[in-house]
Structure formats: C-alpha cells, structure tokens
Design a protein around this ligand. Structure first.
Ligand code: SF4
Ligand code: SF3
Length: 559
C-alpha cells in the first residue's frame, strides 16, 4: 500500500484510497501530509507542555491550524509547499521545545523531565523529498496495524473534525478575530490522538468537546465576517456574464476577495464568484462594487469545464481544487493554504499590507472574456440576520401551519451520481416545507424554482459551509421563540450532505448542540468503524440516507 487516506466521502470503494486519491492526490502528497500531521502532533506536545508552564507561541499555534487546513480535501497538491511546511514545523517545534525546556528547568531547578514521543523530537537528515517520504510512509493512519479499530476511527474523526475547525478559525484570524481557546484545543486534540492511555469513552467525550469548540469556531467566524463586511442581505445574484476581461474567484476566503475587488476597482476588469464564493454577493461591503458582476457556474467539481469556458484569470483562495487542466493552468492562481504544482501562488500579505494580486489582474487583461453558461438570477443572503429580521412572520407561518417543516440540507456537493438524491428530495418536498441550506450542497437545487410561502422563499440559503453557524443560530432562536425545551422538538429535519472535513466539524457541532435524527449522505464516513457508528446511532440516532421515496415519507411524517 503506497498511501492510505479515507478522510472524504469520495474515498475509493468507501474504504480508502490506497494507490492514488479519487481527488487526484498522489501517494507522494499523501505521505508528505501524513508526515506533516505527525510533526504537528510533535509541536502539540511541546505546545501543551509549554502552556502548562506559561510558555506560549501564538504564531506557532496559528501555524499548526494553517498546516492542518492545507491537508483538507482538495486544498493543496503542491509537494514543494508541503516540504516547506514540514521544515517550518520542525523549526517551530524545536524552538518551542527549547523554550519550554528552559522554563521548565528554571521553574523546577532540574532538567525538564517531560518524556517526548518520537514526533516531538524526530528530525530528518535533510529536506529532500525522498528522505521525507521514507518517514512519511510509516506514520500515517495505518502506521500501527494493531490499533483497535474504534480507537483508530475516533482518532481520525477527531483529526478530521479539527481540520475543519482549524479552517474556520484561520478564516476568522485572517480578519483579526482571535480566540484564546480554539488553537490550544487543536493541539490538545492532536496530542490526544497519540495517547494510548485514552479509552474509547475518553475519545468519545473529546469528540463531543470538539463539537462544542466547533460551535465556537463557527460563531467567531460569523462574528468576523458580519462585523467586517456587514450582514448578508437578500440578493438576486446575476448568473450571466458581462463583456470585458474577468477574474473568477473561488474558495471561501472573503478577505482575498475584498482585496481583489479593491485592486480592480476603476479598471476594466470584472470580478465573478465561483462555487463557495457565491454568498459573497450578499455582503453590503462587496455589493457596492460595480465591477462585481455575479456568480459563474456551479459547485467545485464542474471546474474543468467552467474554468475553460470562463476564459479569464482564476483565483483559488481555498479548497476545492480539482486536477488542473493544461487548457487553463496558466490562468489559475492559488493563494493562502491552497496550492497546485506549477500554478503561480500569490504570497501571504506583509504586515499592514494587502496581498499583491497584480499578476492575476495582468493575466485577466491578457485573456479571453467569459462565455455565458446561463442567464438570470438566484436568490441568496438568508443568513441569520435576514431570517431573524422576519422572525415574526416565520413564527406566525409555523404556528399557522403555513410552514409545516424546515429541512436543513446543508453541506457539500460532490461528483457521485447518487447525489441526485438531494435534487430529488428538494423537488419532492411538499410546498409547505422550507429548505435551509449552506455550503456547496445547495448547487444540487438552488436553481430550481420552488416558489415561496407568503414571501418566504422555499430555499433559504445562509451562505458558505463557513456560515453553518447561521442555521444553528436560527434553530436555537426558534426554539426559544416557540418555548420549546428540546431542540429536537422543533419542526426541523436534517438531511446533510458531506464531502470534506469542514462538514465533519459541522456535524460534530450539531451533535454537540443536541441535534438528533440527522440523515447523513450520500454514504456514512468510511472512517467510522462499526463500533463508533453504533455509538453515534445509539446516542444521536444518526442515520444514513435511504431512497428518495423513503426519506421524503419519513421527513414529511416527522421522522
Ligand atoms: Fe481519497 Fe478523499 Fe483522501 Fe482524496 S481526500 S485521497 S479522495 S479519501
Ligand atoms: Fe464545498 Fe469543497 Fe464542502 Fe464549503 S467547496 S462545502 S466541498
């Protein structure tokens, strides 16, 4: 086996990618990522020990989160980037270790007696890829073949959950919204996954804490986005094109979009969103730009065709990148934790400055204009502030029976034909059911005309997967307004689509909020062992999706 990865929903045979990722991840990248995560566990040893001694290193804490972010599905495929992250991980770890040991000795009057595990001290002979791969192949998910399957499952569930949490936290940090608890928790979890003394029950308890911290990460990001850019407003987004050179911005990073809008203001270059950047069209701070045209295309997995027909420059600010075709490779730029070998990477911003997007802008000016894919508009901007501003109307509609049920269909989109299920469920729901969505899962139904209920659209799109907090917030506010004791007494069904690890932390957050009876599809995660699945079924009534007919009948019937 040259690699093993089962972190996403499209993993081979729903078991694991062992030769090459279905996503296009080659064994080389898988092993470099495994080595880096192993080293992040080593940093976490010294970070946690250091914190006990009053030693902190905020830059390294953020580095750990960003390096985890780089390993989420479809974020970064560039071996050079991982080699440099591995080098930085070793350097940061050793600096932290030296500081922690010095303080420990000063406080206790004796050399530090901490007993570091191998990942807290191992150093490569050099940073040649061959040297790193030699180690990387021995430290991955299957490194210990004798590990109890439930322990392996819970450790990986924790790691994937904190990858999502790290991504959300990093987005908040990019807007200068910080937290004293989130980054230390990331390290606490990483370290816990090396601790053989923890029982299955201990790990389950940590999974629930990860969900609670996930709620906090999403709350922080919501605060960062809405304080910086205003509350999303109901908006009809143009999905057609306009003449002129153009840049297509994809991924989830709003600050990158903001700086690009500023740097193109007053030029003849138009800006469009793609995939998960669609919700940016609802923010007051971005709507003011005349050259912010609208959204082009659908969700991430359509990008081969859509990036070709777009013709202009393309900026990937985060996941999801799919294998880049030569036809647009020289027009595609990455930034932040995203990367693709051979594509130009826009460097991080220097303190007090913006990122320099001049290369992207120059490419747009020298490239073709976008070819129209479709025409018309789609409604977005139904995040928590919009929904709560019509709360009276919503509550009245619920109490009168005009709205019988909300169906949360948030999450991710993906390539598999089985995801037609979500389109068919959306089409099949009775007219008194309202869909609450967030994330790119929406592209399975957001261009359907499902009408409205007394002016309330039947698809309420709260935004990116990053905006899932809005859905939890609305549920909690409705619970209070309707005087209910239990969140599960709300007329809300959950039919969640997952693909990558941000959806994992959203799921854990929902479980931590006490939500039960969640349908999860198109398949349950391959990293859930039968034993762990049993725990989730027993305590949370987590269910795989069934057929469209079965699930529609159950949802409409309140099950
Ligand atoms: Fe396979 Fe998904 Fe891992 Fe890619 S991210 S290698 S598709 S499990
Ligand atoms: Fe989508 Fe990649 Fe998850 Fe942000 S863009 S929801 S899959």
């Amino acid at each position: 086996m040259s690699m093993f990865c089962f972190q996403c929903q499209e993993t081979a045979r729903n078991e694991g990618c062992t030769a090459r990722g279905v996503c296009g991840k080659p064994p080389e990248i898988a092993q470099l990522q495994d080595l880096m995560i192993w080293l992040l566990k080593g940093i976490s040893f010294w970070g946690t020990h250091g914190r006990d001694l009053g030693v902190s290193d905020p830059q390294t804490d953020l580095f750990v989160a960003q390096a985890l972010f780089a390993t989420i599905t479809n974020a970064n495929f560039d071996p050079d980037r991982f080699v440099s992250l591995i080098r930085e991980a070793v350097e940061r770890r050793d600096a932290l270790k030296a500081r922690a040991q010095a303080v420990c000795e000063a406080q206790h009057g004796a050399p530090c007696s901490a007993n570091p595990p191998e990942m807290a001290v191992w150093t490569p002979a050099d940073y040649d890829v061959v040297t790193l791969l030699e180690k990387g192949q021995h430290v991955g998910v299957m490194a210990d073949p004798n590990l109890h399957p439930d322990v392996r499952s819970l450790r990986e569930l924790l790691i994937y959950g904190i990858k999502g949490l790290a991504a959300y936290t990093d987005h908040a940090y990019m807007l200068n919204y910080t937290s004293d608890t989130l980054l230390p928790f990331v390290q606490e979890v990483l370290l816990a996954t090396t601790d053989d003394s923890l029982s299955v029950d201990d790990l389950v308890a940590l999974v629930l804490r990860a969900g609670e911290m996930g709620v906090e990460a999403m709350r922080l990001l919501d605060e960062a986005n809405t304080s910086t850019y205003g509350h999303p407003e109901p908006t009809q987004v143009n999905i057609g094109v306009r003449p002129g050179p153009a840049i297509l911005v994809s991924g989830h990073d709003l600050r990158d979009l903001e700086e690009l809008l500023e740097q193109t203001a007053g030029t003849d270059v138009n800006i469009y969103t793609h995939g998960e950047m669609l919700p940016a069209n609802a923010y007051p701070a971005f709507k003011k730009y005349d050259h912010f045209v609208g959204n082009y295309g659908g969700s991430w997995w359509h990008q081969n065709q859509e990036f070709e027909s777009f013709g202009g420059a393309i900026l990937l600010t985060t996941n999801c990148i799919i294998p880049v075709k030569d036809s647009y490779k020289d027009r595609l730029f990455t930034t932040g934790m995203a990367g693709w070998p051979g594509c130009v990477h826009i460097p991080d911003r220097e303190p007090g400055q913006q990122k320099d997007f001049s290369a992207v802008i120059a490419t747009a000016k020298a490239s073709a204009e976008p070819q129209a894919l479709e025409e018309g508009t789609i409604p977005i901007g139904f995040a928590r502030n919009t929904v709560m501003s019509v709360a009276d109307k919503v509550i009245e509609a619920v109490q009168s029976g005009a709205i019988k049920r909300f169906v949360v269909m948030a999450g991710c989109d993906g390539r598999h034909k089985t995801r037609a299920y979500y389109t068919e469920v959306a089409e099949g729901l009775p007219k008194d059911h309202v869909i609450l969505t967030a994330g790119c899962a929406k592209y399975r139904y957001n261009k359907l005309d499902l009408g409205d209920i007394g002016g309330i659209p039947r698809i309420l799109d709260a935004g990116q997967c990053n905006d899932s907090y809005s859905l939890a917030y609305v549920a909690l506010q409705l619970k209070a307004a309707l005087g209910l004791d239990d969140i599960n007494d709300l007329p809300i069904a959950y039919d969640i689509a997952w693909y990558e690890q941000k959806a994992v932390i959203v799921l854990l957050a929902l479980l931590a909020l006490g939500v039960k009876h969640i349908r999860l599809g198109p398949t349950l995660p391959a990293f859930l062992s039968p034993g762990v699945t049993d725990v989730l079924v027993k305590h949370f009534d987590l269910m795989p999706i069934g057929t469209v007919e079965e699930d529609l009948a159950a949802i409409v019937g309140g099950a």
